[in-house]
Design a protein around this ligand. Sequence first.
Ligand SMILES: [Zn+2]
Length: 257
Amino acid sequence: VPELPEAETIVRTLSPRIARLRIEKARYPGKRVWRRAPVPDLVGRRILGVSRYGKQVLLQLDRGHLLIRLGMTGALLLDRAPGPYTRAEFGLGSVTLLFDDIRQFGWLEYADGPPAHLGPDPLEITQAEFVQRIRGRRSQAKRVLLDQKFLRGIGNIYADEALHRAGIHPLAATVRLPRPRAARLHAEIQTLLTEAIEHRGSSISDYVDASGAPGSFQGRHRVYGREGEPCPACGAAVRRIVVAQRGTHFCPRCQRR
Ligand SMILES: [Zn+2]
């Protein structure tokens, strides 16, 4: 958290408020927030656009690009007073933009060009490309979905939910995944993420959008965080295992290897 739907919701609340504004003030209180030195001087630059890169937020400036990794608890908040967890504060004329981050796994990164280091966006990749890519991986389904170089934007919540919807076990070997099942996973990922965006994301670990509003998709999770509760499809108890150091939730009846 935040994953693709939460980042998309942040972008949609942020964009109409800050696009075209000029950065007049920039302050980075507390611990180091920039991923690498040197810290760029952003004062005077104009924000041309706000977009999403995987689960990160990207500000396109009139010169350069600012990538904001939200990490576990990062939030971009408009018109709030800075608090103890504020790691960056941007004055944009009449608007203030804060980057607050309780756990401090987030960071800011500046680059001259747009980012290109991660895999395709799950809402843009074609079925044919997805099927070919996933069957080319010698790993397990959950691990592959978490890999940002495979697809950018899916994290622990939406990996579990997508695999449940597609009836695929988190430990299933991707290289042996039959083409129709891989194609179904592609379709389920796109439907899931679209639904989650419509519900403004899942509010887990204090997630809120740029206006401070929570999402509501957490009420529609089928397996994530529901260990021991009945699978909505078949009634079997949802099970939890650990895959790639992440708590992984699945239905032992609906999801096949
Ligand atoms: Zn089930």
